[in-house]
Design a protein around this ligand. Structure first.
Ligand code: IPE
Ligand code: IPE
Ligand code: MG
Length: 256
């Protein structure tokens, strides 16, 4: 059943370290251009950053890591870059999945698979099946994913499932049909590459997420820059609509 937490419906338990981190891995092309390399060289290097970030998350006991790998708008890129990205995703899945499985990592891919070729869909399904009962880090790749696509596909599925409810939908009717229903909403969002935008990532789920933007380009993102993001998160006051005074009062209550 759905693991539903909603920052607008109830105040979630706030842990010292983020339980769920969602990342827009941006800046690969600029990283490569700075070195007079083709843009795709940046994507290749970006895979190494993912491998290191997964290790950091495992050691920090982060439970969910969600990575934006390809947006529904990235099809607008030159055809050769798009096909390189698809091949890279396929190749990296094939190469890494056994290692991830040994580390007890559960791999999930969210997004619209209808535009992927059969071999990629088969690889995704096999990777998800192999790691399905793992209990460690849940590593989600959002691939051909868009926040608006997600909300609309959820609305369509919900209407088919509960047609008698037309016009009276509430959050918890919709939530089980959203792609990431199995995870709590992200505590921390990180975007590398210097842009301060969401680019149609998890629109619904980021309602109360702490946002962190860094100029570091994705291939340069490492344990030290990751720790800066965590430190920034730990300095935030997550109010969920309440006042600072209310938070301080409830802290004193629990200390007494
Ligand atoms: C992010 O890096 C990777 C994907 C979108 C797949 P970019 O390719 O967007 O890199 P920049 O933003 O052009 O530097
Ligand atoms: C967002 O990066 C998508 C991914 C990282 C997969 P983009 O580079 O595509 O975002 P925009 O176009 O600059 O907003
Ligand atoms: Mg970009």
């Amino acid at each position: 059943m759905a693991f539903f937490t909603s920052g607008t419906q109830s105040i979630p338990e706030i842990a010292e370290s983020p339980r769920h981190i969602a990342v827009i891995m941006d800046g690969n092309g600029r990283w490569a251009r700075k070195r007079f390399l083709p843009r795709v060289a940046g994507h290749e290097r970006g895979v190494e950053t993912i491998r290191n970030l997964v290790k950091c998350c495992v050691s920090k006991k982060v439970k969910y890591l969600t990575l934006f790998a390809f947006s529904s708008e990235n099809w607008r890129r030159p055809a050769d870059e798009v096909s390189f990205l698809m091949d890279l995703f396929m190749y990296a899945l094939k190469r890494e999945v056994v290692k991830l499985h040994k580390e007890n990592i559960k791999l999930v891919v969210v997004g619209d698979r209808s535009r992927f070729d059969d071999a990629l869909v088969a690889q995704i399904e096999a990777s998800e099946q192999l790691t399905a009962s793992n209990t460690g880090l849940v590593l989600t790749f959002a691939t051909n994913y868009g926040g608006r696509w997600d909300i609309l596909q959820a609305v369509n599925k919900m209407q088919l499932a509960i047609p008698q409810l037309t016009g009276f939908y509430q959050e918890d009717h919709l939530a089980p049909y959203l792609s990431m229903h199995y995870a709590p909403e992200p505590d921390l969002f990180i975007r590398t590459g210097g842009e301060s935008r969401i680019s149609n990532f998890l629109l619904w789920q980021l309602a109360y997420t702490e946002l962190y933007f860094t100029d570091t380009l994705w291939p340069d993102f490492n344990e030290a820059t990751f720790n800066l993001a965590i430190q920034s998160y730990q300095q935030r006051e997550r109010r969920f609509g309440r006042t600072s005074e209310q938070l301080n009062e409830s802290n004193t209550d629990t200390q007494e």
